[in-house]
Design a protein around this ligand. Structure first.
Ligand code: HAM
Length: 537
């Protein structure tokens, strides 16, 4: 009996099918076009990276790193079962060797584990020999034997035979890693890069939130030259931030995304006279109202007090409104940068809303943070998040470097465009103009080639080839069909034309072309078909 298990996409992942994928391609193509006009080039990054890269960049205490990453050990070998002593001994020797050569990660952890496996294994082997030599094995010896067997296998399992790697939950860390790895500080600065691709986070799936989702992101990196006057370059930095934000807004406008709202904030920089001082004040204020807060916020007072500001819990809103605000505690440089950012956005005609509670869930930000929401998405309505991250490249082992960027949630952009289109179709007056520029949603077929008879088959194959070469989307049935059935099929596919090729058409060279929308049909000379259809495009 064949196994009847039905496989399904894993929870939180999904298949994207035509015709919807056409919209995805259009959304990505538009990003490439718009970002190109701002001087960005594409970077393609690996899907997995060392876990440590994300832990260091995004932050070990963040939800993303502490709860949501898909991490695994990239092991090339496996400890064999303890039953096979010979194999185990051989394997242990190989592991010890591989550790010495660095093939197995040379961490203090692994050093300790491998030593423990060795000790337990030696004792296990000795007790086993002793047991075998006993005419009447004692219970104590058996217990000893079981104990060492358990220990050897326990320590073996804790040894990290391969590197700890994770599916990327975001791509900013990878872009910085690549910037360092390829010595991009030596290129003309700033380096402007964009990326498109899947990210992975183990979140609770819901509308607009998936475990495999897609981001379209962009980053601007600029090596800090020695002797740069940090205060003097604040204006320049703010202009770069504003241009990056302007670029996303231009892109969303080009897509026809509806109800786009930009929120901005400055979270200062990590210094006692700036954010660190503010966080202390915030913590003290939170301690005073602790009893009125929910469990998550209570915990965050210790782990990450800024994240309390993010809370959506209804009962906490009035309390949060009364908390100290970061805007009142920025240092002079950060305040100047923020004021300049707002001026720069105004110069560019970019409308924004100031939101002092916008802190973002990743640790690398400083100064500018921003988020963009759009219509039709329910609670998961953030379509883009970003900010400045000076110092991140340095944190990852590079030279002092500035950074600013964003990532757009492509799944959500698509959802919002689809919702807008639905609203237009149902005549929702709130949605004036919505979805105008959204893809038609049909993968479509321009010409359905209906043919009957052996001679027509050859003509049909040639006609399909010529039409496709000219860029038309053509459907050619693999076997002959009665014309009635073929036309039904052409209709189902939404074809614009049916080309009808029977014996008569082939003999006369006058082909029949039917326009499916109105049912009219006429004759076109075979040799002129491509030119004729081009004229109709
Ligand atoms: P993020 O806010 O974590 O930022 O993600 C950016 C966007 O990705 C979100 O606004 C949302 O649209 C989308 N997104 C996040 N998680 C999911 C999910 N589970 N399902 C669907 N969409 C999701 C970052 O990732 C930063 N790397 C952005 C950045 C780039 N900052 C500076 N440069």
């Amino acid at each position: 009996m064949a196994n009847k298990t039905k496989f399904q996409a894993i929870k939180g992942t999904r298949d994207l099918l035509p015709p919807e994928t056409e919209l995805w391609n259009r959304v990505e193509q538009t990003a490439r076009e718009v970002f190109g006009t701002f001087g960005f080039g594409e970077i393609r990054l690996p899907i997995f990276e060392p876990t440590e890269l994300f832990a260091r960049a995004v932050g070990g205490e963040t939800d993303i790193v502490s709860k949501e990453m898909y991490s695994f050990e990239d092991r090339q070998r496996q400890f064999p079962d303890l039953d096979d002593l010979g194999k185990l001994e051989e394997f242990l020797l190989a592991v010890e060797d591989a550790y010495k050569t660095g093939e197995i990660p040379q961490t203090p952890w692994n050093k300790g584990m491998i030593e423990r496996v060795r000790l337990a294994f030696n004792s296990f082997r000795d007790t086993r020999d002793e047991l075998n030599a006993m005419s009447e094995p004692s219970m104590e010896k058996f217990q000893e034997y079981a104990h060492y067997s358990f220990s050897a296998s326990h320590w073996a399992h804790l040894t990290k035979l391969g590197d700890e790697i994770s599916l990327r939950p975001e791509a900013t860390a990878s872009v910085c890693r690549a910037y360092i790895e390829h010595g991009m500080h030596a290129l003309a600065q700033p380096v402007k890069l964009y990326y498109v691709g899947p990210m992975f986070r183990r979140e609770r799936p819901q509308k607009g939130r998936y475990r495999q989702f897609y981001q379209i992101g962009a980053e601007v990196l600029e090596a800090i030259t020695p002797n740069t006057d940090a205060t003097k370059s604040l204006g320049k930095d703010a202009a770069v931030d504003a241009e990056v934000i302007e670029m996303v807004m231009v892109y969303f406008a080009r897509l026809g995304l509806e109800g786009v709202v930009l929120d901005i904030n400055s979270i200062g920089h990590s210094a006692p006279e700036c954010r660190r001082g503010y966080v202390e004040k915030l913590k003290a204020a939170l301690e005073k109202v602790k009893d009125k807060l929910g469990e998550d916020s209570k915990r965050r007072i210790e782990t990450n007090p800024l994240r309390v500001l993010d809370s959506k819990l209804e009962s906490e809103q009035a309390i949060i409104e009364k908390l100290p605000r970061i805007g009142d505690h920025l240092c002079a440089d950060c305040a100047k940068h923020y004021a300049e950012l707002k001026r720069q956005l105004e110069l560019r005609g970019v409308a924004y809303r100031e939101n002092w509670r916008l802190v973002r869930g990743l640790d690398y930000y400083m100064r500018t943070t921003f988020e963009i929401t759009a219509r039709g998405l329910g609670s998961q309505n953030a379509v883009c998040g970003g900010g400045r991250y000076d110092g991140l490249v340095e944190l990852l082992g590079g030279a002092p470097t500035k950074g600013i960027g964003f990532a757009i949630g492509e799944d959500r952009v698509i959802l919002s465009l689809q919702e807008a289109k639905k609203a237009v179709a149902s005549g929702d007056p709130d949605q004036v103009g919505a979805g105008r520029r959204v893809a038609s949603g049909k993968s479509g077929c321009d010409v359905y080639v209906a043919w009957m008879g052996k001679t027509a088959e050859a003509t049909a194959i040639r006609a399909a080839r010529d039409l496709r070469q000219a860029g038309f989307r053509v459907e050619l049935p693999p076997v002959e069909q009665k014309f009635g059935k073929a036309l039904g099929q052409a209709d189902k596919l939404g074809a614009r034309y049916a080309l009808i090729l029977g014996e008569d058409e082939v003999a006369s060279g006058e082909w029949t072309l039917k326009t499916l929308a109105d049912g009219t049909q006429g004759k076109v000379r075979g040799a002129e078909l491509v030119a004729y259809l081009r004229g109709k495009k």
